[in-house]
Design a protein. Structure first.
Length: 336
């Protein structure tokens, strides 16, 4: 099937498909802008510089997707030189955008990891305090056994037992505080990185970097795909409208030609009149003049005109540039 045949079977996308495409494109561009802003805004704490770097990030992101759209337009026009420079420019802007997205996504994942680490440090601090108290209790019990061996129960054992009681109460209080801490549920991102780290035998930081790079590139490819889809749909719509306009003009021309009345052919002259006029002209009895033939044979000018046209089509008569009729020279030598 040829390209023209396959394009004839296709129709422009409906409102639902276009709404979906434009929505996904807008969300991809917005997400890419936000992640780039997270990186560019962290460059300088000066409010003026934040505005400048933020504007620069937005310009880079919007320019990147427009350059990709322009690349598709030039490629469709077979402007290979323009397409090459557009692709080169897009590659530079895409590298900046991917770097910004890596910084933004990495910042988000670092927040998750820092929250998890802080929660683990708090629990470790409680465990260390409880273990320290446990060691003190063990020391007091060792001292109490020595007092018992020296038979100095009354002077030292009772005070050590009292101290251990206070330490156990303090230990119980710390356990209650530790258990009262809300459980820090492991996020999906942290669970994914932990599973990947265990599966590939890498550290969580390495897995984090690879995952962030993959998501950044995927976001850029996702946005570029839908921008290309929009460009291709716009080009197809323009071609489809031209085809529809051409088909409409051809249909109108066909209708106009069909509506034109067919030319009315003059009626054929009577055979006897035709033979009479031909014989008179060939024999030389009459000149090739409509008026003289009409007067001599008592015919109307309309009937003589039909006879002359018929004789002209048969080659008996000819017509000069002054539209006067003359007898075919080949017939002048033949007697009537």
């Amino acid at each position: 099937m040829t390209t023209q045949d396959s394009s004839a079977l296709r129709y422009p996308k409906g409102w639902f498909a276009l709404t979906t495409v434009y929505s996904f494109t807008g969300l991809a561009i917005l997400a890419s802008i936000i992640f780039s802003l997270l990186l560019f805004l962290s460059i300088d704490d000066n409010p003026l510089m934040k505005w400048l770097f933020g504007g620069l990030a937005i310009i880079f992101e919007l320019g990147k997707f427009y350059v990709w759209y322009e690349y598709g337009e030039r490629k469709a026009r077979r402007d290979l030189g323009g397409a090459f420079w557009s692709l080169l420019f897009y590659s530079v802007l895409a590298a900046i955008s991917i770097g910004g997205s890596i910084g933004g996504i990495n910042s988000a994942t670092n927040t998750v990891l820092s929250q998890q680490a802080r929660h683990e440090r708090e629990l470790a601090r409680f465990d260390e305090q409880i273990a320290s108290i446990e060691r003190q209790i063990q020391l007091n019990e060792e001292a109490a056994r020595k007092y018992i061996e020296l038979e100095r129960i009354s002077s030292g054992v009772s005070s050590l037992q009292h101290a251990n009681t206070k330490l156990r109460l303090q230990q119980d209080e710390l356990r209650q505080q530790r258990d009262a801490k809300p459980v820090n549920e492991q996020s999906s991102m942290l669970g994914l990185m932990s599973s990947l780290a265990d599966g590939v035998g890498m550290s969580i930081s390495q897995v984090q970097f690879l995952l962030v790079c993959f998501l950044s590139v995927l976001l850029d490819v996702f946005g570029a795909f839908f921008v290309s889809l929009i460009g291709e749909e716009n080009r197809f719509r323009r071609m489809w409208r031209r085809q529809q306009d051409q088909a409409r003009r051809e249909a109108q021309e066909a209708l106009a030609m069909a509506a034109q009345p067919e030319p009315i052919m003059p009626p054929e002259p009577a055979p006897e009149v035709l033979a009479q006029v031909r014989g008179a002209l060939v024999s030389g009895e009459l000149k090739c003049s409509k008026r003289s033939v009409a007067q001599a044979l008592s015919l109307s000018l309309e009937e003589v005109d039909r006879v002359f046209h018929h004789l002209l089509s048969q080659g008996v008569l000819g017509q000069g540039s002054n539209r006067h009729y003359y007898l075919n020279p080949a017939l002048e030598q033949q007697p009537g």
